[in-house]
Design a protein around this ligand. Structure first.
Ligand code: MN
Ligand code: MN
Length: 317
């Protein structure tokens, strides 16, 4: 059976401010069957420690994605020329219960990954990466991670809780979900609870790149090193929008000053081209703190850029 190359609904067929409310106005599908890649929302924000609102992230990112066109004019990627892509909707999390939401999300990704498809997730707060990684590791074994964030998210507990948006990578290490030598955390910064807050990551074998190491620089050379680090193994991209400076992405729950620029964010994702990317997410967009919509617009663009670096994407010469 030949696959269907779905196209985003174009602005010359339907005004951009109208039409379907899906990511990039792609077709809405009930399941990932037959797709090469899919967009999926996880509207959960009950794992946040400061401002909530990321439950509105998936809907808002989809809303701002109406402006995205199919071809990447910078990299010449033409994802819709070779991949079958659609929006498979949202995971029906239990918004009253964080603990119960974890297996719900994991089961949803088990189902998605039962198909030969690469999911790109619209978050939601960062708690959601734990059940996603649980499902990923069942299929692929321990995975490498390119993690962009102001925070390392390796707290042992938050307010006594093991599950929260600041703990997923600690739990993932404990559960053996990560190939720790193939994990990089980029953009971490800010104030800590203890002077050695960032040491635990490095002790696990992660490469930790603090934001200050990125200031005033192109990250193209860094990403060449990260590609070496990742090798041929499976790689998951987890992009917390607060990795970017709040000047670019103010709509988020735990902003930290002195962050990455949008250009650096683009360089990081574009630098993932050639890796065996098995999935990605864009988390922590909190639309109530984003009156212009720029944070969601940026999130939509970063998800599109992830699509452009997936294995099998055709590039125009
Ligand atoms: Mn995070
Ligand atoms: Mn963060």
């Amino acid at each position: 059976m030949s696959k269907t190359l779905h196209q985003p609904l174009g602005g010359n067929q339907m005004p951009r401010f109208a039409g379907p409310g899906t990511m990039m106005r792609l077709p809405a599908k009930e399941s990932a069957a037959g797709l090469d890649a899919c967009f999926v929302g996880v509207p959960l924000d009950i794992g946040t420690s400061n401002r909530s609102g990321a439950r509105f992230g998936p809907r808002s990112i989809r809303n701002e994605s109406v402006l995205l066109r199919p071809y990447n004019m910078a990299t010449r990627a033409a994802p819709f020329d070779s991949l079958s892509v659609a929006d498979i909707g949202d995971v029906a999390i239990n918004t009253f219960n964080l603990q119960k939401s974890m297996p719900i999300i994991e089961a949803a990704y088990d189902e998605i990954l039962s198909h030969d498809v690469i999911p790109l997730t619209l978050g939601g707060d960062h708690t959601i990466v734990l059940p996603i990684l649980r499902a990923m590791a069942k299929k692929y074994g321990p995975v490498g991670v390119v993690h962009i964030d102001a925070h390392t998210d390796i707290n042992d507990h938050m307010f006594g809780e093991e599950i929260a948006h600041g703990t997923p990578f600690r739990r993932a290490v404990e559960e053996g979900l990560l190939d720790c030598k193939r994990v990089v955390q980029i953009g971490v910064r800010g104030t800590g609870y203890a002077a050695d807050d960032f040491d635990w990551s490095a002790e696990q074998g992660f490469r930790v790149v603090q934001a200050e190491e990125c200031w005033h620089k192109s990250l193209v050379p860094l990403m060449a090193e990260v590609r070496e680090q990742m090798g041929d193994g499976p790689v998951y991209i987890s992009f917390d929008i607060d990795g970017l400076d709040p000047a670019f992405a103010p709509g988020t729950g735990t902003p930290e000053v002195g962050g990455l620029t949008i250009y650096q964010g683009l360089e990081i994702i574009r630098g993932c081209r050639g890796m065996t990317v098995i999935g990605g997410d864009l988390v922590e967009v909190a639309p109530p703190y984003d009156p212009s919509g720029n944070t969601s617009l940026t999130g939509a663009n970063l998800l599109y850029e992830m699509l452009c670096v997936l294995p099998g994407v055709k590039y125009r010469s």
